[in-house]
Design a protein around this ligand. Sequence first.
Ligand SMILES: C[S@@+](CC[C@H](N)C(=O)[O-])C[C@H]1O[C@@H](n2cnc3c(N)ncnc32)[C@H](O)[C@@H]1O
Length: 230
Amino acid sequence: MATQAIFQTQWQTYRKVIDRNYMFHREVYGLLHEILVTEAPQPFRFLDIACGDATGSAAALKETAVARYVGIDLSEQALALAAETLKPLPCPVTLVQADFAEALANWSEPVDVVWIGQSLHHLGTDAKGGVMHHVRRILNANGLFLIWEPTLSDGEDRDGWLDRFEHGSPPLWPDLDATEWDAMITHVRASDYPEPVAGWRALGLNAGFRTAETVFVAPTELARVYRYRP
Ligand SMILES: C[S@@+](CC[C@H](N)C(=O)[O-])C[C@H]1O[C@@H](n2cnc3c(N)ncnc32)[C@H](O)[C@@H]1O
């Protein structure tokens, strides 16, 4: 999967974006923590799809009733970091190096909370729906499915969203040097496929979820967090 190469070779650039809170990781993972404490089944089994280095999830899972953690990611580098980051969790941890669409198609272990942070948008619309169907299949009836994904504004197309990302004012990620920014923008242009709010909602309802709601809008309005209930 050549378009995901940036996460194989340049994790430190993405790390810089996280550390400067350019994508609002702090707010998003803070919200995830609140939802895990107040809305998730207690205790809960947590599936982290495209977990990356799991720093956000590890923080969100602190002082929750997590009983099992499974993370899936393609990047060996990120998973090696995740293994360290997740050591303090008071539950069994499994990390799977795989394409999440393939892993989910063969998944049978039930889970209570499924989280996807900034990764489903790499797929086309039908493939996004396919992943959501599998999530619905393995999720318990009282479980939660949460995603944080790039979202088009009303009436905007992909080119408009990409232009807003690349040429917005003030610049989105000012501390990246030219090489880092070029690598990021090349990745975003090649692999990011945002959906409109109505699209993310319809994908969830078509996959069999009863409800689909926005629970967070990034201040840049480039992405949102959605909560789906079976
Ligand atoms: C933008 S990072 C998000 C990491 C983390 N979830 C977060 O919230 O910061 C995207 C992650 O998705 C992973 N990824 C992208 N496509 C994937 C796929 N098809 N299967 C598994 N992992 C994938 C990348 O390796 C990378 O770790």
